[in-house]
Design a protein around this ligand. Structure first.
Ligand SMILES: *Cc1c(COP(=O)(O)O)cnc(C)c1O
Length: 238
C-alpha cells in the first residue's frame, strides 16, 4: 500500500526544486511542467499522485500504459510515452497517448497520425535526438531532425511540439549540462532554419538525478520517476 503523505511530500519537494532551478536561471517556474514517470508502479500510486495535483504521467511501454490508462479513465490525466517506440506499436500509441516523446524517424509519423485521426484526437510529438552518437540509445542524429519536421507537415492529427533528449549516463548531474545546452542550441538552430516556434516549444530533458540542471538549461518538461515514486524494482528476468 502506498504511503500517500510521503508521496505528497516527495512531489512537493520536486516541485520546489524545479521552481528554485527556474528562478536561478531567470525563468518563470510555470514554464516548466513536471512529468511523473510512473513506469513499473501500479495504478493506485498514480491515483495517489493525481490526488496530490499531478496531471502528466510518463510510461515507457505501450502495453503497460494501456492497462493503467484504462484503470484510471475516470481521471483527467495526460499520458506521455517516453520509451522507445517500435514501428509495430506506433498505431496503438497514436490512439492512446497525449504526447509521444520518442519519435526518432519519419516512418513513425503516418501510423501515429492515422490512429489519432481515427480516434478523433490530437497527439503531440517530440523528436528524440541522440546527441552523443551512442549506438545503444534511441533517437535520431541531429542531421535527421529537420527531415522529420518536414514530413510532419503532412500530418493532420499529430503535430510536433519540440525535442526530447536522454543524455548518456553520467555520475554527476553537472556532466549532463553540456548535452542539455546542446539540445537548446539545436532548438535555436532549427528556429533559424525556419521551423515555426510552436513546433519547437518544448524541450523534454532531465530525470531524477539531473532535472535541476536541465531546468537551468531550458527544459520545459522534466521526466521524474524515482524521486517521486521511490526506487523501481523491476520484475526479475524470466
Ligand atoms: C525511467 C525514465 C525516466 C525517469 O527516470 P528516474 O531516474 O526514475 O527519474 C525519465 N526518462 C525516461 C526516458 C525514462 O525511461
Amino acid at each position: 500500500m502506498i504511503d500517500t503523505s510521503a508521496l505528497r511530500l516527495r512531489l512537493d519537494g520536486v516541485r520546489d526544486r524545479i521552481a528554485g532551478a527556474a528562478r536561478r536561471a531567470g525563468r518563470d517556474p510555470a514554464s516548466v511542467r513536471l512529468l511523473a514517470v510512473s513506469k513499473t508502479f501500479p495504478a493506485e500510486d498514480i491515483r495517489a499522485a493525481a490526488a496530490a495535483g499531478q496531471v502528466d504521467f510518463g510510461e515507457n511501454k505501450v502495453q503497460e500504459a494501456q492497462q493503467k490508462i484504462a484503470a484510471l479513465a475516470d481521471l483527467p490525466l495526460r499520458w506521455h510515452l517516453i520509451g522507445h517506440l517500435q514501428s509495430n506499436k506506433a498505431r496503438k500509441a497514436g490512439g492512446l497517448f497525449h504526447c509521444i516523446h520518442s519519435v526518432a524517424s519519419a516512418a513513425l509519423l503516418e501510423p501515429i497520425d492515422k490512429a489519432a485521426q481515427q480516434a478523433g484526437r490530437a497527439v503531440e510529438l517530440l523528436v528524440q535526438v541522440d546527441l552523443a552518437g551512442e549506438a545503444t540509445k534511441f533517437g535520431t542524429t541531429p542531421d535527421g531532425v529537420l527531415p522529420i519536421f518536414e514530413a510532419a507537415a503532412r500530418c493532420s492529427s499529430a503535430r510536433i511540439v519540440g525535442l526530447m533528449l536522454i543524455p548518456p549516463a553520467v555520475d554527476e548531474p553537472e556532466q549532463a549540462r553540456p548535452y542539455f545546452a546542446a539540445l537548446r542550441q539545436l532548438r535555436n538552430q532549427l528556429q533559424q532554419q525556419g521551423i515555426p516556434a510552436p513546433a519547437l516549444a518544448e524541450l523534454s530533458m532531465g530525470m531524477s538525478h539531473d532535472f535541476e540542471v536541465a531546468v537551468e538549461e531550458g527544459a520545459t518538461l522534466v521526466r521524474v520517476g524515482s524521486a517521486i515514486f521511490g526506487e523501481r524494482t523491476y520484475p526479475p528476468p524470466a
